[in-house]
Design a protein around this ligand. Sequence first.
Ligand SMILES: Cc1cc2nc3c(=O)[nH]c(=O)nc-3n(C[C@H](O)[C@H](O)[C@H](O)COP(=O)(O)O)c2cc1C
Length: 253
Amino acid sequence: MKKITAFIGSARKKGTYLAVQEFEKYLRKYRDIDFEYVFLNDYNLELCSGCKLCFDKGEQFCPYNDDRNVLIAKLEESDGVVFASPSYAFNISGRMKNFIDRIAFIYHRPRFFKKTFTAIGTQFIPFGKQVQKYLESVGRNLGFDVLKGTTVITPEPIPEKQLEKLKANIMNLAGRFDKKLNKEKLAKPSLYKIMTFRMTRSGLQSSDLRLYDYDYYKEKGWLTSDYYYDIHLGPLQKVIGRFSDFLGRKLFT
Ligand SMILES: Cc1cc2nc3c(=O)[nH]c(=O)nc-3n(C[C@H](O)[C@H](O)[C@H](O)COP(=O)(O)O)c2cc1C
């Protein structure tokens, strides 16, 4: 049975919760799932102090001993992940942002490649998709296989017409999510993703600084591999990859 975890950035059980509940309901129409709601508000997560020890020396050096690792374990245990947040001042909630900051070292050392990720943004105004788009970029940077999410309008109370629209949007998202969950193969990386991977790794090799990322890349075999995971690159991707290695060496020496 697939395990799906929704991380919710609102302290209230209102609009965002409703959207995620609908998502669960529709997803259950396709398959039997183990679905968990993670209200970030229920976890003890200190504000990131910006010391950068997680980047430079390793996440084990984080000065806080709180629920960060509990939340990371939930990401690791999941086959599918949803990040859902209300829009606060045209972006994600502070609670969600702090969670992302606390796991941002994973941007440097991405994982979760086989896992499906999507984003749900909730907001009052009927235009703009900043929350959804930002959360999608977070999923990509963490290494997930990202499915385009949705933005739903959740005024209080929600008029019937708006509720119908929300349900239709979420139903569509659940259908697409289910299809992606079924995919066995790892996603083919875009040229942009190949370039960032290759420039980063050749930069790490060329730099005099021996950051923790270097050890991590070495341990994973990423200092010599074509990409983060085993994937066949076409001729153009190979050339771009080699050029990016060269560029990374030039930029970071
Ligand atoms: C501090 C704060 C800032 C907000 N800023 C925006 C905003 O910039 N744009 C918007 O459309 N809605 C904004 N809203 C409305 C919420 O996004 C909307 O009510 C959402 O449904 C709340 O989610 P919840 O019901 O799960 O708490 C804001 C709400 C709060 C509390």
